[in-house]
Design a protein around this ligand. Structure first.
Ligand code: ATP
Length: 611
């Protein structure tokens, strides 16, 4: 049985065990209290069978009613003490379980937040969502109830066996007949269960992924009539989940009845062997009675043990997936070197998503502090990929992207983000106040600074009308896409990095608003280095330098005027963008700049004549 291909790692059984021991080690006081309370409760529970055995022996040998009453009162008192101890044991156990769960959850959240962005993007949301929902809730049952219940059951079984040994060492022998069948069934089950549960959880991750993808792309699904194909995909994913669930169910169907059938063996053994031993005079009738009662008392904890052993497998599989996140290697090796200045330099960079297929090829580029560079080119030329490298989201396969002489992947993430920021087309508005959303990267910003940032991105009007304290995001006021984009840009102004990488940052605004926003931004961005990946060429017109990318390489670079005068690919792009291309010269196949002409078509159809 192999689990579906997982990008996020899963911890091994040994790592899970080591982690559990380590966490239990930090809570040994609580653990000791639970063990002490349950051990006392179990010992109190062992008193009645022993007293009952005493009554049988006394009756057999002749006794007084007063003595019988005394023994009966002892039984009642032992039961009351046991009930009280179990109550406090359960409370302490529940607290320990909650504390363990909190630790596991905190470790998990720490692992999720430390995941490199590139890994999150590659892994997709399904696996992470399943780990943070299904796996956490499975683990919560195991940690809250399973760990205390297992402890109690283990204590009860060992102390009861101890009591049988004290009562009559001979009667321990028939109790041990249960060991081989339970051992064999448990070995068979444990060998298969962990892989089965891992596969089950992974298949749920795939299903979640595919459902989330369908819901996210509902409009595309409808427009392209992809409904039947998506349904088939979901059916296939559900079939994989069903097969995985069926496998673990089959394991339980064999294991649980086999184990449960064994419970009766100690009782039957004690009665049969005890009777034989009594007839031979090896033990008294009282000892056999007490032994049989103890053997009967083994059934409940053994049942608990077997049941929680199953849950423990499910919980261990979930914990392995949660701990696995911590094994994702970091994608940056933060060093102690600090940038000597604010110069961003790309040196001979090549990069690929699929080994052997470079989407960037030997790119070199230097941005002077305060320079505004526009990166233009056709779709698929590699502009966004270069943007991600410029912002230090991933490191290049070959070559170097450095600021002030320090490679971006060697800067601690906090330092990097205070220097260089990437603004993409995705703008998330978090549930909270508008103010909270604006000051994410700068929590201490004054209202004055917040309002100035909003004014800079031309958002003061609607923001003041709405109010900085208004709730936005999920459950609050819905912001339009352009408003969300303005919030993201205002956030950046407050965070104050010296270099900004704008990837289609103004693409969601209509051309007139985009131009207004870019104009107000240009005043605010004075003194900062700006690398803007642009489809609207007025961004390029206003820039100090334009870089034209084609097929993963820089095909032209220079100020707008020079490139127009050079009459190369950029000039063609510019003319086309102004609607001249369609009436201009025919394009020849294979001609340099052909790809740019393709982009022109795209740019002119998406931007219209605006700008
Ligand atoms: P656009 O203007 O359409 O956004 P672009 O110039 O920004 O395009 P990139 O998005 O950088 O180009 O893509 C460059 C190449 O890399 C394309 O061929 C694209 O299909 C490929 N690519 C981009 N992202 C990935 C990815 N995550 N995995 C595999 N290939 C990718």
């Amino acid at each position: 049985m192999t689990a579906p291909n997982e990008i996020l790692p899963v911890a091994t059984g040994a790592q899970v065990r080591a982690h559990v021991w380590q966490v239990l080690g930090t809570r040994w006081r609580e653990l000791a209290a639970v063990v002490a309370l349950y051990a006392s409760a179990t010992i109190a529970g062992l008193v009645p069978p022993s007293l009952l055995g005493g009554i049988v022996t006394d009756v057999q040998q002749g006794t007084t009613a007063g003595r019988i009453d005394l023994l009966a009162a002892g039984i009642a008192a032992a039961l009351v003490v046991q009930a009280v101890l179990i109550r406090f044991g359960a409370l302490a156990g529940a607290k320990l379980g909650e504390a363990l769960l909190a630790t596991f959850r905190e470790d998990f959240i720490g692992g999720v937040l430390a995941l490199p962005l590139s890994v999150v993007e590659r892994a997709g949301s399904g696996d992470l969502l399943t780990r943070s929902s299904r796996d956490v809730s499975t683990l919560s049952v195991t940690a809250r109830r399973g760990v205390p219940a297992m402890l109690t059951a283990l204590l009860a079984v060992s102390l009861t066996l101890g009591a049988i040994a004290l009562d009559s060492p001979l009667l321990v022998l028939p109790c041990l007949v249960v060991v081989p069948p339970v051992w064999g069934a448990a070995r068979w089950y444990l060998r298969r269960a962990t892989a089965g549960y891992l596969r089950e959880n992974a298949s749920w991750g795939v299903l979640t992924d595919s459902l989330a993808e369908t819901v996210d792309g509902a409009r595309t699904v409808e427009a392209l009539r992809l409904g039947p194909a998506r349904r088939d995909r979901t059916d296939a994913d559900i079939a994989a989940c069903w097969a995985a669930e069926r496998y673990t169910l089959r394991l339980r169907t064999f294991f649980l009845p086999a184990a449960e059938a064994s419970y009766i063996l100690p009782l039957a053994g004690v009665l049969a062997f005890g009777g034989f031993a009594y007839l031979r005079g090896w033990c008294t009738l009282g000892q056999v009675t007490a032994g049989a009662l103890y053997a009967r008392a083994l059934v409940a904890p053994m049942d608990e043990l077997i049941m929680w052993l199953d849950y423990l497998q499910i919980g261990a599989a979930s914990l392995a997936r949660l701990l696995g996140l911590a094994q994702v290697p970091p994608d940056r090796q933060a060093g102690s070197a600090r940038p000597a200045d604010d110069r961003l330099r790309v040196t001979d960079v090549s990069h690929s998503y699929i080994p052997g297929h470079d989407v960037l090829r030997r790119i070199s580029l230097a941005a002077e502090p305060g320079e505004r560079i526009a990166i233009v080119g056709p779709s698929g030329a590699g502009k966004s990929t270069l943007g991600r490298l410029l912002a230090g989201i991933t490191g290049p396969d070959r070559g170097e992207v450095a600021v002030g002489g320090v490679p971006l992947i060697e800067l601690p993430l906090g330092d990097l983000r205070s220097q260089i920021a990437l603004v993409t087309q995705e703008h998330h508005i978090f549930a909270g106040t508008l103010r909270d959303n604006l000051t994410l990267g700068m929590p201490d910003a004054s209202d004055q600074a917040v309002l100035a940032a909003l004014a800079a991105v031309d958002a003061l009007g609607w923001a003041e009308e709405l109010g900085l304290s208004s709730q936005v995001g999920s459950g609050g006021a819905a912001l339009s896409a352009p408003q969300a984009q303005q919030v993201a840009l205002a956030r950046l102004i407050l965070a104050d990095p010296h270099t900004l990488v704008l990837d289609e940052a103004t693409s969601l605004l209509d051309p007139r608003s985009a131009r207004r926003l870019e104009q107000s931004l240009s005043a605010v961005l004075e003194g900062r280095t700006v690398l803007a990946i642009a489809h609207r060429l007025h961004t390029a017109h206003d820039a100090d330098r334009v870089i034209v990318m084609e097929d993963g390489q820089i095909s032209e670079s220079g100020p707008h005027r020079e490139l127009i005068a050079a009459d190369g690919p950029y000039a063609a792009l510019w003319r086309s963008w102004h609607g001249e291309a369609r009436s201009g010269r025919p394009r020849q196949a294979g001609q340099p700049g052909e790809a740019v002409h393709d982009a022109v078509d795209k740019a002119s159809s998406s931007a219209g004549s605006g700008g």
